[in-house]
Ligand binder design. Structure first.
Ligand code: ADP
Length: 163
């Protein structure tokens, strides 16, 4: 069975992430979405909330599992006996950062963890969790960026009541 991990912060999940999840779930027998519990960052949603949101958003994809993890991706992957990490690429700016992480992971894991990149679908190329949060915080429309139930939760965090 071929399994992969799609690691990320997902704070919160966007249609861009969901597109990568759906497409990788068609390539692999099992896809684990690994929500990083990064103590150094202050997220809008707690790791428990992010896992819950992702579970709801992927409930129709039977081969997708959502979990949280702490620490290094290579340790989490080794524990699960998984050898592929999936990442999404939006633009050249993602590439430099992603290349460095991919090479570090390959090196640190002694060649056991490879990274597979999927390029973003063009309609989501502009999307990022941070821009979604910024737009929402000013009561902007994020209906094209995230599922409706996620949008409601984001506005709630900013104390915005949209009719
Ligand atoms: P990070 O793990 O760097 O905090 P995110 O959780 O936002 O980043 O994203 C996880 C992964 O999803 C990264 O590989 C990122 O490049 C990718 N990604 C984010 N937004 C999109 C998008 N709109 N289209 C495709 N891939 C995306």
């Amino acid at each position: 069975m071929k399994a992969a991990i799609y690691p990320g912060s997902f704070d919160p999940v966007t249609y861009g992430h969901l597109d990568i999840i759906k497409r990788s779930a068609e390539i692999f027998d099992e896809l684990i979405v690994g929500v990083l519990n990064n103590k150094a960052k202050t997220p809008l949603f707690s790791v428990e909330e992010r896992v819950k949101i992702l579970k709801e958003a992927t409930k129709d994809l039977p081969n997708v599992k959502v979990e949280s993890f702490t620490g290094l991706l290579i340790d989490y992957a080794r524990e699960k006996d998984i050898h592929v990490s999936v990442r999404g690429l939006r633009a050249v700016t993602d590439f430099e950062y992603e290349l460095q992480i991919a090479q570090t992971n390959r090196q640190l894991s002694g060649g056991s963890l490879d990274t597979m990149f999927l390029t973003t679908s063009l309609e989501y190329a502009y999307l990022s969790s941070s821009s979604v949060k910024e737009i929402a915080s000013f009561n902007g429309d994020i209906s094209q960026c995230v599922p409706d139930f996620v949008a409601r939760l984001i506005y709630e965090k900013y104390g915005i009541n949209r009719q």
